[in-house]
Design a protein around this ligand. Structure first.
Ligand SMILES: Nc1ncnc2c1ncn2[C@@H]1O[C@@H]2COP(=O)(O)O[C@H]2[C@H]1O
Length: 228
């Protein structure tokens, strides 16, 4: 693992990498000062294959964006079969602990498929309470939570499409979208609540996958025992 302060990364390279991250792209278009403020609270970290980026159960206030490479998400590192997802460039991760006010919900490991994985880590403390508008503006927070709610819905849609008959499959569709006045505190509160409800559902899926993979491992173990 190698940590670099942002001023050590050539600005062109950084701008190019950040243009692939929807949240940073939106803030940059909206308000250059806010974009710079976010960068001041950020650093770049590189990982070699197999290195642990986040450990389930740890606490931390960093929010991450994958700049390049590939990461694997495991619900319990003790069980090697419990991969629940991959993180690909442009995606945010490490968002659930902050959203739910709890410890890291999963272990995230740099995948062997990438030579090097590079992340931007943003200190989420800079956001302050949801209702504060300085130093981070409401508009920036709206961009963040719009993006978060959208990403979570998307992940849940993918799980739905893979497990149409599962009892969790349609639950996220029951979480209502916000239809009131745009760009308001009301919208921000709604997006935050939607994100929390969606995150809870994702964690329910994770539990299911943990059980499923434990069952698969147990079954495999029985087969191995029977055959030996
Ligand atoms: N099912 C999942 N799919 C993709 N990412 C996940 C999944 N479960 C957990 N994560 C990510 O793994 C991260 C571990 O730290 P956090 O709980 O802060 O935030 C978590 C999410 O960003």
């Amino acid at each position: 693992m190698e940590t670099k302060p942002l001023h050590k990364v050539p600005r062109d390279t950084l701008d190019h990498l950040l243009s692939g991250i929807p949240f940073f792209k939106a803030v940059r278009q909206q308000d250059l000062k806010q974009f710079e403020l976010l960068l001041q609270a950020s650093r770049v970290v590189s990982y070699l294959p197999g290195e642990i980026v986040l450990q389930k159960g740890d606490t931390g206030n960093w929010l991450y964006f994958l700049l390049k490479g590939k990461l694997a998400v495991y619900v319990d590192q003790a069980l090697q079969g419990d991969l629940v997802n991959y993180v690909t460039p442009g995606e945010v991760f490490g968002d659930l602990a902050q959203l739910m006010g709890q410890a890291r919900t999963a272990t995230v490991i740099a995948d062997a498929a990438a030579k090097e994985s590079m992340v931007l880590a943003l200190d989420f403390n800079v956001f302050g309470p949801l209702n504060s508008v300085s130093p981070i503006s409401r508009q920036t927070k709206l961009s963040y939570y719009r993006n978060t709610a959208h990403n979570l819905r998307w992940k849940l849609e993918v799980y739905r499409s893979q497990h149409l008959q599962h009892e969790l499959a349609n639950k996220h569709r029951q979480i209502k979208l916000y239809l009131g006045p745009k760009d308001t505190h009301e919208e921000l509160v709604s997006l935050h609540e939607q994100s929390q409800a969606l995150a809870l559902l994702l964690l329910e899926w994770n539990k299911e996958f943990g059980v499923l993979s434990a069952d698969t491992l147990n079954q495999n173990q029985h087969i191995v025992e029977r055959e030996s």
